[in-house]
Design a protein around this ligand. Sequence first.
Ligand SMILES: *Cc1c(COP(=O)(O)O)cnc(C)c1O
Length: 387
Amino acid sequence: MDFQQSDRMKKLPPYLFIEMDRKKKAAIEKGVDIISLAIGDPDLATPDFIIEALYKAAKDKANHQYPLGSGLPKFRDAVAKWYKRRFGADIDPKDEVVALIGSKEGIGHLPIGVLNPGDVCLMPSPGYPVYHAGTLFAGAESYLMPLLEKNGFLPDLDAIPLEVVKRAKLIWTNSPNNPTSVLMDKAFYTKVLDFAKKHNLIVANDAAYTELYYDGKKPVSFMEIPGAKEMGVEFHSLSKTFNMTGWRIGFAVGNKSVIKALADVKGNLDSGAFNPIQYAAIAALEAPDSVTENIRKIYQERRDLFAAGLKKLGWQFQVPQAAFYFWIKVPNGMSSADWCGKVLEEAGIVVTPGNGFGAEGEGYFRMTITVDKARLEEALQRLSKLK
Ligand SMILES: *Cc1c(COP(=O)(O)O)cnc(C)c1O
């Protein structure tokens, strides 16, 4: 019997990378030395002291049982202290923090906790696909806020039709942004907060990349804005900050009622993150800043090298202020898909078509600097020979 997937699953956007996957497979079969600049996953190792903390905690049988719903008290404490140290924001570890099995898990589950069928969820396009998937699974409707170059790739809140805003209950923002690498500053966060207050919306800011910044310019957190906790929450992850994507650990902080809604969904679906992984995360959050500085130094060198090389090609892009993505205009008016196919076939480099992040990404493509400098140099060399 071949069972059908649910109507909800069928409503997910089509997988746009079939043709890319086919071309990639064909190239590999031909023995081409493929450089993948498509993956948003650090190539660097998790620091040793974090692995040691996992090992130590895993040896204690008290940690082998079900974890607590919203996370170990020590984990929530470490998160609150980290927020204070890094952002100067006050978070109550008792009821303003929930541990997540990676922030993707929480981002996907939040809509189930706060949206009813027929409610609208506002989200950026291009954007991280999980905002839409979570909304769809909750039976709610997505409204895409275009991120346009003329607006500095920030959403234009005033352009959202009033009848849409009236039905909206949740707004997603993402800073530092994937795929554009653009940052929201305090003034813009304040605008979002005022908009949310005026229309009674929950703000959910996805802040996965705040520690991966350049030129010493630290991104701000939504939680730094006075009154932010009244209206919203922020999602964080250890994945990009500490090279821990595979570990599946993240957290959300902020408004008590929203944190409780998310913790209640999780209480019904999963039983939280494995305690030893939470202990490893505590070690990471309590580590001196030199740990993240060392990681930033590596990306800074890569970013500088790659930005300089791409400028020589004459391509149009903003130099990333944070995160490890280059969001670039397709240089010759081709479609995103055709261009990315050409780059793969002629240069052996895998890049991501912009429309994979939503219709507004058409005309752009994304490249990631999660390979070492020698590979980036090789990539630039090959790109310079494109016809
Ligand atoms: C990588 C990423 C995340 C989440 O990562 P987790 O590993 O699930 O914590 C969230 N949002 C964006 C925009 C990302 O790129």
